[in-house]
Design a protein around this ligand. Structure first.
Ligand code: FAS
Ligand code: PHB
Length: 396
């Protein structure tokens, strides 16, 4: 088998939103990167995931020249609704309490924008890179190996950025006596569908004794809807008719009557977990995005956390190469984790608020009802949720 050898400053593992954004930002600063992605570009672009951008993510994308299509096709929203069985509706009014809006713009579109920018700028992205392995991470000369088209390839680098998601190789390269993990696996999943029908005007979370539901959107003729399902459910058990019946039953009738149904063009079940790995650094390897943390999508934080990680990590690399200072690289893990745990906390609280858990007792349900009553009546609670939902500020 032949071999090849390359060199770069930052080897990036994973060509999802985190890896592509990091490559884009570093390229703008003249810092050389190579992105290794194990899937094809089409496979990555076919993934349907997040739909809500925090204000900080919107600003970051604009600041690095990736805001054009988002500002053309994305929809700014003053907040997100919550409807509740037999109680008044609530609106997480981020515009009123924080002066900031969220943006409805899908992760798929963002990934398309990122790939387009990297290809325009001559970014070095290697798709279908197999068997990526990380070496000498605690030395000053780490390197990465991978296989492509039957060739064993080696990349010598200064740093490795593991942006390879929850199932990636980066986190697995941290010794078990160094790595600490924290996890909650939820006893239910989200069944999501995409349908070419006009969406509701806003994102709306629904609490109902039959289960959680969510009305979301991608564009004026593309709706995304979710219902809570058993963790063991498969999509074969969910015909379109069953899905729509369940969804409509979980919304108040006045809102259900506004929901346009139609044939699904995509249907998938996402398992829900809260997961954090500490530290987000090992030697000259840095973890970012789902490689380091996963949240239940209830707070729409997963993709946004990946972006704030990349904001912090890119700042560290830029400081290293431009000023030969190490402050932001040395403090990356602690700084990123402060924001990670805040998002994990919110996602856990919203998931507990909006989902009935098996084996709950009447005490749990009373606490849930009281939490919602507080949200309806307390300006302090409403303001706090709005500030967390729109996204806490990035640290200087
Ligand atoms: P990603 O997982 O997106 O990207 C990692 C990349 O690394 C992938 O392309 C993968 O192929 C590649 N990779 C993995 N191992 C590799 C290896 N060994 N070598 C090379 N490449 C490797 N977030 C929300 O905010 N809202 C949602 O509704 C939502 N829904 C989701 C549904 C699902 C099914 C999943 C899995 C996640 C969802 N998320 C949602 C979270 C999601 O959006 C992530 O937060 C986001 O994709 C994180 O981006 P990355 O960190 O880049 O990880
Ligand atoms: C989505 O648009 O897919 C979406 C929106 C809000 C969430 C989760 C998912 O909390």
């Amino acid at each position: 088998m032949s071999a090849s050898r390359q060199r770069t400053q930052v080897a990036i593992i994973g060509g999802g939103p985190a890896g592509l954004l990091l490559s884009h930002i570093l390229d703008q600063q003249g810092i050389d990167t190579i992105v290794l992605e194990r899937q094809s570009k089409d496979y990555v672009l076919a993934r349907i995931r997040a739909g809500v951008l925090e204000a900080g993510s919107v600003q970051l994308l604009r600041d690095v020249g990736l805001g054009a299509r988002m500002d053309q096709h994305g929809k700014p929203k003053d907040g997100t609704g919550i409807v509740w069985q037999n109680k008044p509706a609530f609106y997480i009014n981020t515009a009123e309490w924080t002066g900031k809006q969220i943006m409805a713009y899908g992760q798929t579109a963002i990934t398309e924008d990122l790939y387009a920018a990297r290809e325009r700028d001559g970014g070095h992205i290697i798709n279908e890179a197999a068997n990526v392995a990380l070496h000498d991470l605690t030395s000053d000369t780490p390197h990465v190996t991978y296989e492509k088209d039957g060739v064993i390839c080696r990349i010598d680098c200064d740093f490795v950025a593991a942006c390879d998601g929850f199932h990636g190789i980066g986190r697995q390269s941290i010794p078990s006596d160094v790595l600490k993990t924290f996890e909650r696996v939820y006893p239910f999943g989200w069944l999501g569908i995409m349908a070419k029908v006009p969406p509701l005007p806003d994102f709306v979370y629904a609490y109902h004794e039959k289960g959680f539901a969510l009305a979301a959107q991608r564009n004026p003729m593309l709706s995304r809807y979710y219902v809570q399902c058993d963790a063991t459910d498969t999509i074969d058990a969910w015909s379109d008719d069953r899905f729509w019946d369940e969804l409509l039953a979980r919304f108040p009738s006045d809102m259900a009557s506004q929901i346009v149904t139609g044939p699904s063009i995509e249907k998938s079940i996402a398992p829900l977990r809260s997961f954090v790995a500490e530290p987000m650094q090992y030697g000259r390897m840095y973890l970012a995005g789902d490689a380091a943390h996963v949240v239940p999508p209830t707070g729409a934080k997963g993709l946004n956390l990946a972006f704030s990680d990349i904001y912090y990590l890119s700042r560290g690399f830029i400081e290293h190469y431009k000023n030969t200072r190490a402050h932001y690289l040395e403090t990356y893990s602690q700084m990123a984790l402060r924001r990670v745990w805040s998002a994990v906390n919110l996602s856990w609280r919203l998931t507990k608020l909006l989902h009935r858990f098996p084996q709950e007792d009447p005490f749990d349900e009373r606490i849930r009802q009281n939490d919602y009553d507080l949200l309806l009546t307390s300006p302090a609670v409403q303001s706090a949720l709005a500030h967390e939902y729109v996204g806490l500020p990035y640290e200087d």
